[in-house]
Design a protein around this ligand. Structure first.
Ligand SMILES: C[S@@+](CC[C@H](N)C(=O)[O-])C[C@H]1O[C@@H](n2cnc3c(N)ncnc32)[C@H](O)[C@@H]1O
Length: 255
């Protein structure tokens, strides 16, 4: 019974995440959803900035604190270990749902591209960003990142195996392709409002901090193979020229 309960919990958390992800595309892109990041302002500027900063702060805090190994150890005193990732996913989705619900549009156009070709290019980059985020989750392991693999293995009575450190496809170009996808998704818009800019700047700052924390954990977990990868592959911006042989490669050790 406990295994079934944990699996159902994980499946519900995944369904909530997926609906939230789809809603986020409409929220940032300004289509389909009733209120988007760029809707008309409804409250005074200072109040809107304060509320939005709080909403982003709650998401950042939840996301970073719950991702740290020490917090995971604490959480698994109260939640079965196979459900830990699903709990993280559910909490992240709830923080995002609160952001969608209480977001205060600010109005004010920062840039507005009218040329149809450039509008199409920006829409294309927006779609590329979301696509890159989704594809990258599958490269790492989509179902592990969102907790389904953990509850499925538990349901089948199999032990959890940690994911290998992988560097295929976009991970050969940059160390954080998923975050690059977020940058495209948040910055590529033909019409940038003040609220959208606030969101893009805040999330960019947050991602830069999150990378430091994530890389600290990855170094602790994978040791020399991660520090070597870090030396060879740039963080976010691919190198334009091919690397000269030997540059940035680990030095050969004396026999
Ligand atoms: C939301 S994903 C973001 C991954 C990466 N920072 C990116 O932008 O593509 C975060 C999780 O991916 C894991 N991760 C990061 N790089 C990885 C890699 N090259 N192979 C496997 N897992 C990785 C981290 O340990 C963390 O649990």
């Amino acid at each position: 019974m406990k295994r079934i309960g944990v699996f159902v919990y994980g499946a519900v958390a995944y369904a909530v995440f997926f609906a939230t992800f789809l809603y986020a595309i409409g929220f940032v892109g300004g289509f389909v959803v009733p209120k988007s990041i760029d809707s008309a302002p409804t409250s005074p500027l200072a109040q809107a900035l304060l509320v939005n900063a709080l909403l982003l702060g709650v998401f950042a805090l939840q996301h970073s604190v719950m991702a740290r190994p020490a917090f995971k150890r604490l959480l698994t005193r109260f939640v079965p270990e196979p459900a830990e990732r699903s709990t993280y996913v559910l909490a992240s989705s709830l923080a995002l749902i609160a952001l969608f619900a209480f977001w205060q549009p600010i109005g004010g156009v920062v840039w507005d591209v009218q040329d149809p070709v450039w509008r199409a290019v920006l829409h294309g980059l927006f779609a590329f960003g979301w696509g890159l985020v989704l594809v990258t989750t599958f490269i790492i392991n989509h179902f592990d990142l969102f907790g389904l693999r953990q509850v499925w293995l538990y349901l089948r009575g199999r032990p959890y195996t940690r994911l290998a450190f992988v560097t295929p496809g976009p991970y050969r170009l940059v160390r954080h392709p998923l975050y690059v996808g977020w940058f495209f998704a948040f910055w590529a818009t033909p019409t940038m409002t003040a609220a959208h800019l606030f969101f893009a700047v805040a999330t960019t700052a947050y991602i830069l901090v999150a990378i430091r924390l994530e890389e600290r954990d990855l170094t602790a977990e994978h040791g020399a193979s991660y520090t070597d990868y870090r030396r060879r592959v740039p963080m976010l911006i691919p190198r334009l020229s091919r690397r000269r042989p030997g540059i940035g490669q680990p030095k050969p050790t004396a026999a």
